[in-house]
Design a protein around this ligand. Sequence first.
Ligand code: 5GP
Ligand code: MN
Length: 334
Amino acid sequence: MTDERFAKDFAAIDGLIRSHGRFLLLGHVDPDGDCIGSMLSLASFLRARGKQVACFAPGGMAEIYLELPLAGLFMREDELGAFEPDIVFALDSPTTARTAGPAIGGAGVPVVNIDHHPTNELYGDINVVDERASATAIVVYRFLAEVAPERITPEMADYLYLGVLMDTGGFRFQNTNAEALSMAARFVELGARPYELAHEFIYAKKLSTLRLLARSLESIEVHSGGRVAAMHVSREMIERAGGAMSDTEGFVDYAASIDDVELAALFREIEEREIRVSLRSRNNHDVASLAEKFGGGGHRNAAGLTIHEDLATAESRIVAALEAMLAAGKGSKS
Ligand code: 5GP
Ligand code: MN
């Protein structure tokens, strides 16, 4: 699908790729499936064209992604300085603060910013940000389809499919639109494996992850007559159940799945006074704007932020803000 809005940008990016050799691909902190899929599909494309590629995202990848064929391209932070890129790509990364800030804009290296977050700060020399796209992987695909459709391999299609699969929650979230579904079909035609990817990244779970989920399900509390739900994962719960904080991708969906819940929050205790908050909404409630008030961001129906308080305080502050939002938005259901 061509997109008139970005035709010039795609041509400019193609020009940068043709005339340069070393590419650093950056993602956001604790990269999710869309971030990783977008990075690795582009990495695969660049490598097939004989380019040097390195990938980096702060926090590193969750264990489930480590088996991906190109996962080895991800560098540790201390290796980052040794790779001097000609061009930096940032993928699925709305802010430089949550990406690898120092690697962006350093030494006059051009930055290409490809994303779908409405809160994107447009910090690139070229910005291709389509907030209507369900996943950044779709924007990456549009670029590839525009400049070199014959070069899209089954491996790249797998990574692109992974991005759409994870960002739409397995084609269930409110961002699941006609384009997401037709792109998924396109990726399968190009060689993506829908069953294997759904099995590996959505269905299959480690026993320790299920035990951790069980504990965090028990932590669920509802407020505002059942319309707001909060759950948490403390460091103590991780110690008891085993596993890691990065195993909790998708936990918040359980709180959001409860009948009558319109606003859901998951609180993850990264450090004693560092709480990662994931917000989800149904109907017209805009959790991105709430997240922004606390220095975070995201999408209307899925956003996040970090609070430097203890777990209980973080939980009560955010729950109060969610309840206030609900009270202010009476009758705003879509
Ligand atoms: P999650 O809850 O899955 O971590 O994040 C939901 C969405 O909000 C994702 O699109 C993610 O990139 C975005 N997001 C999460 N935390 C933050 C944050 O602290 N700042 C910004 N700008 N976006 C965030
Ligand atoms: Mn995304």
